[in-house]
Design a protein around this ligand. Sequence first.
Ligand SMILES: *Cc1c(COP(=O)(O)O)cnc(C)c1O
Length: 456
Amino acid sequence: MRYRSTRGASQTWSLMEGFLLGLAPDGGLLVPEHFPRVDEQTLRTWSRYSFAQLCDAIFRLFGLDLDDRVWQRIVADTVVAFDHPEVTPVTQLDDRTAMLELFHGPTYAFKDVALQLMGQLYAHASAHMGARICILGATSGDTGAAAIAGVRGHDAMRICILHPHEKVSRVQRLQMTTVIEENILNLAVRGTFDDCQRIIKDVFRDAQMKQQYALRAVNSINIVRIIAQMVYYAYAFFRVPQPRFVVPTGNFGNALSAFWLRCIGVPIGDIVVATNENDVLATFFREGVYATRTFKTTPSPSMDIQVASNFERYVYHVLDGDGDAIARMMRTFAEDHSLVFDANVRARMAKDFCADAISNARTLHTIEDTYRTRGVLIDPHTACAVAAARAAPIDGHTVVVATAHPAKFGESIEHICPNQPIPERIAALDRLPVSMCVVEATTEAVVREIVPFFSR
Ligand SMILES: *Cc1c(COP(=O)(O)O)cnc(C)c1O
């Protein structure tokens, strides 16, 4: 199995090469040259598999090129980082609605699933190459915490995460800044998430820096992230009959993983993309127009995204792999901030995804209602999915994807459940020392901090 760029370059990479590469040199994202397919016999075998066994089977299907003993250890170490024996359990919300709980990892959000695995893979790669790996990333909250949790304790790696100063949730900030280890640097940037993102891009454009420190990104959407996330959809598929999946969506990585599971022949039902008021993707799937608009503040900050990086992987799919057309399209988008798709493409999209955008008021109302009627407290991201599921009832079964633990976003739900039980690991954050460095929102200020850190 080889991987190629969405923008048409003829070069291909193996899975592990693609993992280390991140973005393709032409700026595109990596996609498999073709999708592997599973048959009914394989599905029957998979139906008895644990999370770890499914993880192993899916990565092999996607051409895993790693020593078997190393890989088995990596999977085992990933699974034990979760505090639930099933890793991603499926629980019942009501008769026809189940919840796929993705928040049992070290930082209580679904990003732990892929980033625990990626932390292990980076550690192995760095030991194997005998070289230090330096990771640089920007976060609006969850990715930073999950990436830091993924590399802590691995001395051969350095990680620096930029977050917007005073613009992440309290628990998100503490999860990042209370990991006091030599190889971790937290920079709180006096600016917005977009400032952080711009600075990171500047640093990565500096070829000399990139080369000298072997810089790797966690933001650029890594191929391993998408494949790792397919595992829990498969796990849920074998526990709920013909499930429809409703996915709280921001960068479109999680929903794309569900779609790729269908692409390999697992007969899941509809995939519903649920956004918050930042509804660029919902508008795209409903109207065929992809256009950025005014940024809104919402109770679900991890979905406050205007330009969804994984969108390009899906467009590659609906344009039947026409890399030149995608490269042209992305240039147009960079200038006009808007793309319009024709009726043919719109008809295909309608078969692949449904979509809904949930207002702030409906999000909070849904949390309150779910708590009152079901006794289940959900976080504001999951609430967008629950609201979208309720707005479009079906005869069959729905799996709502629960992407974060409610205790992570206490600020927005305090008034609904003032005495929410807080997991011990979150409560303990308040007692830990904090280490972070506040910097101005300029590339120079950030470079001044990261050069000595990465050279140390
Ligand atoms: C990142 C995140 C999302 C959005 O996932 P994407 O893969 O970016 O679409 C949703 N919910 C939570 C809690 C997140 O951290």
